[in-house]
Design a protein around this ligand. Structure first.
Ligand code: HEM
Length: 62
């Protein structure tokens, strides 16, 4: 496994306004430094609507 557990992501950002848009952009463009030294590569084959759906699901994990 690479990257944070979805439930840890959900716990970290619980209740933050506008977080879905921010995380959806990170899913598409990649992310570094939020969790550790390993970056997430861009997922360029994921479009905006798909990223929103994925992020909503991730944020619903407990
Ligand atoms: C469409 C597929 C993916 C989704 C929906 C997804 C989702 C996420 C989310 C929501 C975060 C948290 C970002 C943050 O806290 O700012 C994250 C972080 C991360 N993901 Fe992914 N991810 C995907 C694919 C991947 C792939 C393919 C890899 C590795 C090959 C990966 C590795 C990582 C790593 C290493 C982090 C931590 C980055 C950091 O510290 O900033 N992810 N991912």
């Amino acid at each position: 496994m690479v990257g944070p557990a979805y439930k840890d992501v959900a716990a970290k950002y619980a209740g933050q306004k506008g977080i879905e848009d921010k995380l959806a952009q990170k899913v598409i463009k990649g992310s570094k430094g939020a969790w550790g030294d390993i970056p997430m590569p861009p997922n360029a084959n994921v479009n905006e609507a798909e990223a929103q759906t994925l992020v909503k699901w991730i944020l619903s994990q407990k």
